[in-house]
Design a protein around this ligand. Sequence first.
Ligand code: NDP
Length: 281
Amino acid sequence: GFDPVPTVTLPDGRDVPALGLGTWGMGEDAAHAPAETASLRHGLDLGMTLIDTAEMYADGGAEIVTGRAMAGRRDEVFLVSKVYPWNASFKGTLAACERSLRRLDTDRIDLYLLHWRGEHPLGETVRAFEWLKKEGHIGAWGVSNFDTDDMKELLDVPDGGNCAANQVLYNLSRRGIEYDLLPFCQQNGIAVMAYSPIEQGRILRHPALASLAAEKNATPAQIALAFLLEREGVIAIPKSANQSRVEENRAATDIDLSDDDLAVLDHAFPPPTRKTPLEML
Ligand code: NDP
């Protein structure tokens, strides 16, 4: 058995798992879909009951795989999807949401995000999000790839303060948000969803990470995820289409990083000492 998955409380009081499942890259090839569906279902079985998808991924294909993974167990899942910025006008957001719901084969998205900032005024997108919430098509809304200035602008538009989450690039090798964006979100009760939490695999061979992992009888991916799970209000969403790697990621909750371990990580992956613009993948 694993330790329970820690939770993050959203502004509306809903508790969601701090360790979920990404879907970028799924739904691109029909031959891989059964393995992708099975790995998502395996993650749900293990308590990683937040699934992150987007209309962008495989042009809707990832939402279809997600819909299959949720079949018969929709109520177990906290479902996150995203609207393209160029669809995020008032009417465009409603239409995009309707298309996503059809692909996801469900009647509601629990958290609907603006994928990144585009040309449509934030107020218009927020008005659409609030309308979708009132109609019950979504449970909450948020943004993605918003830096601190974007968040401040958002909080100034009518109902902008209802933003529940900001999904951004955050992992050991991308710690820039610790300077001001992460504290800003924490102070405002906005959840931070850490995407690419293992830097798409690129940090796993880092010598300091590998040696700390060996010392702790863990894998580098588990250390990288445990580092994120230490932080208040942060939700990590690793993606794997492989059931044994889903299990490996799940077990990150069982790793306790001591102050000494965290100091080793700070030395290898220094925290920011000044503002740097938010990075994006
Ligand atoms: P991740 O950091 O989650 O890494 C995923 C890659 O690492 C895959 O190639 C996967 O391969 C591999 N992997 C997973 N677990 C392990 C492990 N334990 N050991 C070794 N390799 C492993 O990158 P993502 O970019 O996918 O980010 C996660 C999710 O965040 C995305 O899927 C998406 O939902 C979201 N995202 C959001 C963005 C945004 O703009 N809002 C941008 C980017 C991502 P395999 O599947 O074969 O196991």
